[in-house]
Design a protein around this ligand. Structure first.
Ligand code: SF4
Length: 231
């Protein structure tokens, strides 16, 4: 289905962006949840505003134990029903048998291959049948996200809406909201992680670093996307 982007006034709240996006899509919208602080904030905002928002998650097979703990905490707190998607097992088996467990460190091509199998393909299945999806992306996170809009058309996924309610928020705002509402938070943040993805591709960083410097730290900043958010 193809949607049109609603008018969003500059400075609109995340709840207003989320509401407008869900309405414009005609409902049937889901959050792509990686259990980041941003995603938990969005779940709480939707819950507080009484919005109907589905939640799906991609289990790449390489997630941190601490990430699963957040998932369980959310299920308990919000009675959340999470639609988990896994990679196609035949592709993973072929990849690991031929290239081993850490091929993604060897080249950008290999890294994209792993992300495609573990993330991008499952995402394409998750997005089939929804009218829109929600992400926790913010402009401030990296050079690859600096021109992000609050609501975009996702042409690569059938022209559905892509809603980014926290587009204008800073890392500080996300942290403050999390603390003020006592939201479940991945324990890795306390250890210096500031953006959390797969375990072998994420590490702790300093406060002086860019937020996503701990992702694929062996690559250049302009490459630090996994293909989920191609535009
Ligand atoms: S983040 Fe790393 S382990 Fe996860 S899918 Fe991408 S390359 Fe593979």
């Amino acid at each position: 289905m193809s949607n049109s982007i609603p008018n969003i006034e500059a400075g609109s709240s995340p709840a207003a962006i989320l509401t407008a996006g869900i309405q414009a899509a005609g409902g049937n919208v889901s959050l792509a949840c990686s259990f980041s602080m941003e995603d938990v904030v969005i779940i709480d905002i939707a819950h507080t505003a009484g919005l109907t928002l589905g939640v799906f998650a991609l289990d790449t097979g390489r997630l941190h134990e601490e990430t699963y703990e957040v998932a369980e905490a959310l299920v308990e707190r919000y009675r959340l029903s999470i639609n988990w998607y896994f990679p196609r097992h035949a592709e993973i088996e072929a990849l690991e048998r031929t290239k081993g467990l850490f091929s993604f460190r060897e080249s950008l091509e290999n890294r994209h291959e792993c992300c495609r199998i573990r993330k991008v393909e499952p995402l394409s299945r998750a997005l089939k049948g929804v009218n829109g999806w929600v992400t926790g992306m913010r402009r401030e996170q990296s050079v690859t996200r600096s021109d992000l809009k609050s609501i975009e058309l996702d042409e690569l996924n059938g022209g559905i809406l892509k809603i980014n309610p926290l587009v204008d928020w800073s890392e500080r705002q996300v942290l403050d909201y999390t603390n003020e509402h006592n939201l479940p938070k991945n324990r890795l943040y306390k250890q210096g992680f500031r953006s959390i993805g797969c375990a072998p591709c994420t590490r702790a960083i300093a406060l002086s670093d860019q937020e996503r410097d701990g992702r694929w730290w062996w690559e250049n900043p302009e490459n630090k996307e996994c293909g989920l958010h191609k535009r």
